[in-house]
Design a protein around this ligand. Structure first.
Ligand code: SAM
Length: 203
């Protein structure tokens, strides 16, 4: 397997080495909810990490399923939910293989794609497409983290792996997904990169 595996992520959580963690829900997620762009529905959060977004969505009345490869991330998410008396379904699973019992209305993907080596991206996109009902939406925070080594030497460096917008257009094909026009909202990230907030619709 190319790139980080479950043991890699488990160890990061156990060491408390989680620089991607904002310590609260994504500002762009809050903006989508507050503007009404994302309203209570059935939603999946892959790579849910510490569970900030899972808890926020549960608090706002969404039917949430959070998935993470790392048992420690699932434990953190369950603890956060319990601390606030909230309910969500939490699955310790590989988002590339896992399937829901029925397609859902929306997916909130924040830095799970960029946590995977690009050799897994096609299978991950197939999962996201299978999870999302026709007319449903993928709310995606796309990590922008270009490095000199990739441009100068062709190195594939990460995580986070840079999610170049051209690669995203190829990955989330027009035959399966309907794209809005740029510019896309931009969120700065505590680890120095920034993310584009994309909402693409499942055809
Ligand atoms: C960079 S962290 C982001 C966590 C959270 N989304 C956030 O923004 O704070 C990536 C997360 O994805 C999880 N992850 C990585 N590969 C995964 C996979 N194939 N399936 C499910 N989760 C995965 C990791 O365990 C980790 O919790």
């Amino acid at each position: 397997m190319h790139g980080p595996d479950a043991a890699f992520w488990q160890e990061r959580f156990e060491r408390g080495d989680t620089p991607w963690d904002r310590g609260g829900p994504s500002p762009q997620l809050l903006a989508w909810i507050d503007s009404g762009r994302l309203a209570p529905c059935r939603i999946i959060v892959p790579g849910c990490g510490s569970g900030w977004e899972v808890a926020e969505l549960a608090r706002r009345g969404f039917g949430v399923t959070g998935i993470d490869l790392a048992p420690a991330a699932c434990d953190r998410t369950r603890s956060l939910l319990a601390a606030h008396g909230l309910h969500a379904r939490i699955e310790q699973a590989d988002a590339i293989d896992w399937r829901p019992s029925a397609p859902v209305d929306a997916v909130f993907e924040q830095t799970c794609l960029c946590a995977m080596h690009p050799s897994h991206w096609r299978r991950y996109e197939a999962s996201l497409a299978a999870w999302t009902r026709p007319g449903g939406s993928l709310f995606a925070m796309i990590a922008q983290r270009p490095r000199a080594g990739s441009v100068e030497e062709g190195l594939i460096e990460g995580p986070p792996y840079h999610c170049d917008i051209n690669a995203m257009r190829m990955l989330f094909e027009d035959t399966r997904w309907s794209w809005p026009s740029p510019p896309y909202p931009r969120s700065s990230h505590p680890n120095g990169m920034h993310e584009f907030g994309l909402v693409i619709e499942r055809r």
